[in-house]
Ligand binder design. Structure first.
Ligand code: ATP
Ligand code: MG
Length: 336
C-alpha cells in the first residue's frame, strides 16, 4: 500500500463562499491534520476555459482565493499551494490524454452539460469553446500528475472523477503499464449547498453566494432576502422545512442539532415566524464568518508574501508532475 495523496483545486473566478467551505474546505482542513502533504491549487488554466475574454479577472482572483485558504486556516506548511499554469507539464498530460477520450463522452458528462446551459455555450447558436469541453481531461491531468488517490470535492465533481478513472484505466491498459493511479472523491457532510436564490448550487459565477469574507451588513441583508416557504404567509400557518433555504443553511451550520430539530417541528406545526429563524441563522453565520474575515484582512496586508507561497509551492508541484510525466512518456516510447 502506497501512501495517500490528495489534490484539490479552486477556480480563480471569484472569492470563495460558504458552499466551498462546507463542500470542500472543511475536508481539506481535516486532511491537513491527517496527512500534512496535500496539494491544493489555483485552477487558472481551467478558469480561462470560460473566462478567456477576461484574463485580468482570473489573475486578480488567484490571490483572492489563496487569501481565502489562509483565512479559513489552511497552512502552507501542511499543504503544497500552487498555480496550475506554473506547472506546464499538466498541459502536456492533457494533450496526451485527449487521444483517449471521445467527443461524445465529453458531451455526455453531466457536469459539463449543466455548466454549458448555465454559461449559454451551445445555446442560441453560441459556440462551445473546445477548451471548455475538454476541461474534464485537464482535470484528469491535475489529479493523475500527482498520482493522487483522494480528491476532496463537492458532488458536482463526481462525473470528473469517473472520467479521470476511465482515462487512467485506458492509459494503463493501452500502454501496458501501471503508471497512473485511480482516485476517489472524499465527499463532505454537505455535498452541495444551494444558492441564496434557492437555485441548485451556490456558485461564485452565479451571483447567489455568501462569501467567506462577507461584510456583516451585507450578510444580514442576504439572509433577510432568503427564500423560505412561499406558502407560509402568517406566523400561525404550518410551514415546510424541505427546500426552505433558511433550514438548509441551519442544517449546514447550526451547532445545536437538537434545538434545530425542535425548531423544525415547531415550524411544521405552525406558530414559528420566518424572522425568528433568520435571526438565528444571522447570529450563527456572523459568528462563523467574523474570524475568517478578520484573519483575511491580516493576510491581505502582505500580498507579496501570499504570491511567494504560491510560487514556492508551484516549484515543488512541478517537480512531482515532471517525474510522473517522464514515466508516462516512457510507457509511450517517448523517452528520447
Ligand atoms: P464557478 O462558478 O466558477 O465554477 P464554483 O463556485 O463552482 O465556481 P469551483 O472553483 O468550481 O467553485 O469549485 C471548487 C470546489 O468547491 C469544488 O470541489 C466544488 O465541488 C466545491 N463547491 C463549489 N460550490 C459548491 C457548493 N455550492 N456546495 C458544495 N461544494 C461546492
Ligand atoms: Mg464550479
Amino acid at each position: 500500500m502506497g501512501k495517500d495523496i490528495t489534490v484539490t483545486g479552486d477556480r480563480p473566478t471569484g472569492k470563495l463562499h460558504i458552499g466551498h467551505y462546507v463542500g470542500s474546505l472543511v475536508t481539506r482542513l481535516d486532511l491537513q491534520e491527517k496527512y500534512g502533504n496535500n496539494l491544493v491549487f489555483i485552477a487558472d488554466m481551467q478558469a480561462l476555459t470560460d473566462n478567456f475574454n477576461d484574463p485580468l479577472k482570473v489573475r486578480t482572483n488567484t490571490l483572492e482565493v489563496c487569501l481565502d485558504w489562509l483565512a479559513v486556516g489552511l497552512k502552507p506548511e501542511r499543504n503544497t499551494f500552487f498555480i496550475q499554469s506554473l506547472v506546464p507539464e499538466l498541459t502536456e498530460f492533457t494533450v496526451l490524454y485527449m487521444n483517449l477520450v471521445s467527443l461524445g463522452r465529453l458531451e455526455r458528462n453531466p457536469t459539463v452539460k449543466t455548466e454549458m446551459k448555465q454559461k449559454g455555450f451551445g445555446v442560441d447558436g453560441n459556440p462551445v469553446p473546445m477548451g471548455f469541453l475538454c476541461y474534464p481531461i485537464s482535470q484528469a491531468a491535475d489529479i493523475t500528475a500527482f498520482k493522487a488517490n483522494i480528491v476532496p470535492t463537492g458532488e458536482d465533481q463526481n462525473p470528473m472523477i469517473e472520467q479521470t478513472n476511465e482515462i487512467v484505466r485506458r492509459f494503463n491498459n493501452i500502454y501496458n503499464c501501471d503508471v497512473l493511479v485511480e482516485c476517489h472523491t472524499l465527499l463532505s457532510h454537505t455535498q452541495r449547498l444551494p444558492g441564496i436564490d434557492g437555485s441548485s448550487k451556490m456558485g461564485k459565477s452565479m451571483n447567489n453566494a455568501i462569501y467567506l469574507c462577507e461584510e456583516s451588513s451585507s450578510l444580514t441583508e442576504k439572509i433577510n432576502r432568503m427564500y423560505t416557504d412561499p406558502n407560509h404567509l402568517h406566523v400561525s400557518d404550518p410551514g415546510t422545512v424541505e427546500g426552505n433555504m433558511v433550514f438548509t443553511y441551519l442544517d449546514a451550520f447550526d451547532p445545536s442539532k437538537e434545538e434545530l430539530e425542535e425548531l423544525k417541528a415547531h415550524y411544521r406545526r405552525g406558530g414559528l415566524g420566518d424572522m425568528v429563524l433568520k435571526k438565528r441563522l444571522n447570529g450563527i453565520m456572523q459568528d462563523f464568518i467574523r474570524p475568517i474575515r478578520e484573519r483575511r484582512n491580516e493576510f491581505e496586508k502582505d500580498k507579496g508574501e501570499v504570491l511567494n507561497i504560491l510560487l514556492k509551492g508551484s516549484q515543488v508541484a512541478r517537480e512531482i508532475a515532471a517525474n510522473t510525466l517522464s514515466e508516462v512518456k516512457k510507457a509511450m516510447y517517448m523517452d528520447y
